[in-house]
Design a protein around this ligand. Structure first.
Ligand SMILES: N=C(N)NCCCC[C@H](N)C(=O)O
Ligand SMILES: O=C(O)CCC(=O)C(=O)O
Ligand SMILES: [Fe+2]
Length: 332
């Protein structure tokens, strides 16, 4: 695990990158080069970092969390109107205890959303996740708000990945085109009830499945924990207005193992209800993901580059979803 940090996660102000991210020669800008250097260190050493200067307004970040609190406060019957089922493409609301990580029940409830796509577009594999996202009637305009948020998160993720692509020594566009020019995305809107006992596992240790994750979490509870090289769990204390950004399994493979996806878990050791909106930016659904030639050439002798993995992203995702919700299948 590429996490040799001791306590804090790095904080990166990416605004210089965003100013230039549409210029192909962005690396000539000193500000961009500095951001790229920081991204490289953070991705090599930690796999997790805070992003500030990302251009998504505080008021939108907050509104997304406020609306989410309002949804989870609704009575159970109300939330169950948009219940997750295999027939609904595993989209919708799941009560506490439905989600499993490594065979254990997690203590959270959530709405799961996936990018929508045309029936049949991704064959048999894609069928598992087909269907429209399910949105509640209340709070009103929740869907509209989240649609706007998803659009901004998609653009932001692509732009951060341009920096990461440069950080690996590639062009800005190694994670576009055939690999991720038509990126899939996943969004989990998650609620963790407050507890009065320690060490209740809100979400068990896992790595994320795709390229890059953007986490928008409540400011006043520390619950997300990241595992370092020494095996300690380091708290990812909230920083107001920031995203926590972390590397997923597909970026590990594409980078030839130079950057790794870091284990993390969630424990809301607080009596207060915590929400988190996790946006997962992924490759194309049908991308065959394997180490990119450019990174195999650049990092041939690297010990960590023994990534022989080759996986179709959509299959990786569907496998994970079916393991996570194995108990739902019986209730169709
Ligand atoms: N789409 C992503 N990355 N979701 C991460 C969820 C992690 C928990 C899930 N139960 C699991 O077992 O992985
Ligand atoms: O609740 C969080 O802070 C993170 C959740 C998470 O790791 C995930 O859904 O993949
Ligand atoms: Fe995660």
């Amino acid at each position: 695990m590429a996490t040799n940090f001791k306590s804090h996660l790095p904080i990166i102000d990416i605004s210089p990158l965003l100013v230039k991210c549409d210029d192909s020669d962005m690396m000539e800008d000193a500000g961009v080069a500095e951001v790229v250097g920081k991204l490289d260190r953070a991705c090599r050493d930690v796999g997790f970092f805070y992003v500030v200067g990302h251009g998504i307004s505080d008021s939108l970040m907050n509104k997304v969390k406020e609306m989410t609190h309002r949804f989870f406060e609704l009575p159970y019957e109300e939330k169950l109107k948009i219940k997750i089922t295999p027939a609904a493409g595993y989209r919708g609301y799941q009560r506490i205890g439905v989600n499993f990580t490594s065979g254990k029940q997690d203590f959270h409830e959530a709405i799961d959303c996936y990018r929508e796509f045309k029936q049949g577009k991704y064959g048999e594999t894609g069928k598992v996740l087909e269907g429209p996202n399910q949105w509640p009637e209340n709070p009103q305009k929740y869907k509209e708000l989240m649609d706007e948020y998803i659009k901004l998160c998609t653009d932001l993720s692509r732009n951060i990945l341009r920096g990461i692509s440069l950080a690996l020594g590639g062009s800005p566009y190694e994670f576009e085109g055939e690999m991720a020019g038509d990126p899939f995305w996943v969004m989990r809107i998650i609620g963790y009830p407050g507890v009065n006992q320690k060490n209740v596992i809100g979400c068990g240790a896992h790595t994320d499945y795709g390229l890059l994750t953007l986490i928008n979490q409540d400011d006043d509870k520390t619950a997300l924990q990241v595992k370092n090289l020494a095996g300690d769990w380091i708290p990812a204390t909230p920083i107001h207005g920031s995203f926590i950004c972390n590397i997923g399994d597909m970026l590990k493979i594409l980078s030839n193992g130079v950057y790794e996806s870091t284990l993390h878990r969630v424990m809301n050791n607080s009596p207060l209800y915590r929400v988190c909106i996790a946006f997962f930016y992924e490759t194309n659904f049908d991308a065959m993901v394997e180490p990119l030639d450019i990174f195999k050439e650049k990092y041939p002798g690297d010990k960590r580059s023994q990534v022989s993995k080759r996986v179709v992203y959509g299959e990786h995702l569907v496998n994970k979803v079916q393991t996570t919700f194995v108990n739902l299948v019986e209730h169709i």
